[in-house]
Design a protein around this ligand. Sequence first.
Ligand SMILES: O=C(O)[C@H](O)[C@@H](O)[C@H](O)[C@H](O)COP(=O)(O)O
Length: 232
Amino acid sequence: MTSRFHSFPDAGALAEGLADTVAAKLSEAIAARGTASIAVSGGSTPKRFFEALSGRDLAWDKVTITLVDERFVPADNPRSNHLLVATHLLKDKAAQATFLPLFRNLPSALQAAAIATDETADIGNPFDVVILGMGGDGHTASFFPGGNHLERVIASDVPRGVMTMMADGAGEERLTFTFSSLADARFLALHIEGEGKREVLEKAQSGTDELEMPIRAVLNRASTPLDIYWAP
Ligand SMILES: O=C(O)[C@H](O)[C@@H](O)[C@H](O)[C@H](O)COP(=O)(O)O
């Protein structure tokens, strides 16, 4: 599938530019269908973008925010993506948005995945906006190389929903939307920063083995053209 590469002079300019585009996409969705949905990634990269987006003026009370993936930890754990989003995005004007977590305080991640699948079924079919990140190993979402459910989670014919994932590079057990849940978003973006991540992207673009670098599933098979946002 085609991709468009948007390069910015620095991380601050990228955060503002991506926040402008996402705010416009959310507003378009609300104008067209009355509501909007967005799934965002965790990690360290998105913080500036979240801060910029939180201040954008739109009908946030009509927006539902969820996570592309989550670590199977409660929201008070420093590793929680819910905590990251609550700290940097669910504030200012965006405080009016509805947040749907993936983590549930249940005995197993599998039980939490089943509930998250049910509770997000109405907002992600398709998502209006999906913002992906990428790790240095070429993972995105929780599609980790060597992950116990990697082949299934990136298969095109797997139903939409949330699955569990365990992998050496992932830390805790993960909850992740499937490829099929994310790849047809009305706006699909990959947000990466730094020369190192650009080199990882170029390596991913030069090969086809999706199990080696799962970001390739998005680069090669997403039904939505991928907008890549990068700053040094
Ligand atoms: O839960 C997560 O960690 C993310 O969803 C993950 O897919 C992230 O986007 C990459 O690991 C990049 O993380 P950094 O932004 O920290 O490099």
